[in-house]
Design a protein around this ligand. Structure first.
Ligand code: PLP
Length: 260
């Protein structure tokens, strides 16, 4: 009898498609390949965008997303789930429905509301619905500071102030500092056990498209590989920083992380 071939851990990605290839599902696939994982990409939304900005997006019907995700979940031993762009309130409920049927799976939630260039990928009310319904389900939530401010409804809040408001809803929270202006980027991790960690890196010049997607999917891959949370965060931040250091500028706008 043939022994089954070993396979890489499967990460189910529920994210939007970015035709420029910088962010969204392509970022998830590339980042997961680089960790030694297999990405199973379920499309939640289509976007019209390039490295300059977003001009439109369309969220898929609930039935299509349920059918895609369930086709994978019924077939493969999914080891972790990564959530990216959801786009509207119905899609928040749709992914909650998928996740409630698989409560044991570690979930990384990237609360995407804006593209790197600032264009909207969902109204703030989508963020508030994620806050109430998805943050409690996630092993870790990975907003950047502007997203954390929207979720916490603190337009001028610091990372610590946002975390104070959000942590009662989260298991673990990583607020990234890449969107600031200081020379050093401070990424703050707030853990369920009350511990806090700061990971600092040098700010790189340039604007990037897909850095948040790269980070969240890398983190999901590392959790799927069995790494503990704090070291998965540290390694995911290091990997993401390297993809930005090596980024390319194939278009007229932001740099695209080089993930492979
Ligand atoms: N998801 C999709 C489909 C996107 O198009 C984008 C940005 O354009 C994002 C997520 C978020 O991008 P970033 O990783 O730059 O925050």
């Amino acid at each position: 009898m043939n022994t089954p071939t070993p396979f890489r851990p499967v990460v189910l990605c529920l994210s939007g498609h970015d035709p420029s290839g910088g962010a969204g599902l392509q970022a998830d696939i590339e980042a997961l390949l680089a960790q030694g994982c297999h990405a199973a990409p379920t499309v939640t939304a289509l976007t019209v965008q390039n490295t300059v900005n977003v001009s439109d997006f369309r969220v898929l019907d609930r039935e299509w997303v349920l059918a895609q995700a369930n086709a994978v979940l019924n077939d493969m031993p999914v080891a972790a789930v990564k959530l990216g762009m959801l786009g509207n309130l119905e899609m928040v409920d749709t992914v909650v429905e998928i996740l409630q049927a698989h409560p044991h799976l570690p979930l990384v939630c990237d609360p995407v509301l804006r593209a790197g260039g600032g264009g909207s990928l969902g109204k703030d009310e989508v963020g508030y619905a994620m806050r109430e319904k998805l943050l409690p389900l996630a092993r870790i939530v990975t907003p950047n500071l502007p997203e954390a401010r929207i979720l916490a409804e603190l337009p001028e809040g610091t990372a610590d102030e946002c975390a104070e408001k959000l942590m009662p809803l989260c298991q673990n929270l990583l607020i990234t500092g890449g969107h600031g202006t200081e020379q050093e980027v401070h990424n703050r991790l707030y853990c369920q056990d009350g511990s806090e960690h700061t990971f600092t890196c040098a700010r790189l010049p340039g604007e990037y498209h897909g850095s948040g997607c790269t980070l969240a999917s890398t983190l999901a891959g590392r959790l799927a590989l069995g790494e503990d949370l704090v070291s998965a965060v540290e390694n995911a931040l290091d990997y993401t920083w390297r993809t930005l250091r090596d980024a390319e500028r194939p278009g007229q706008g932001q740099y695209v992380p080089r993930r492979l």
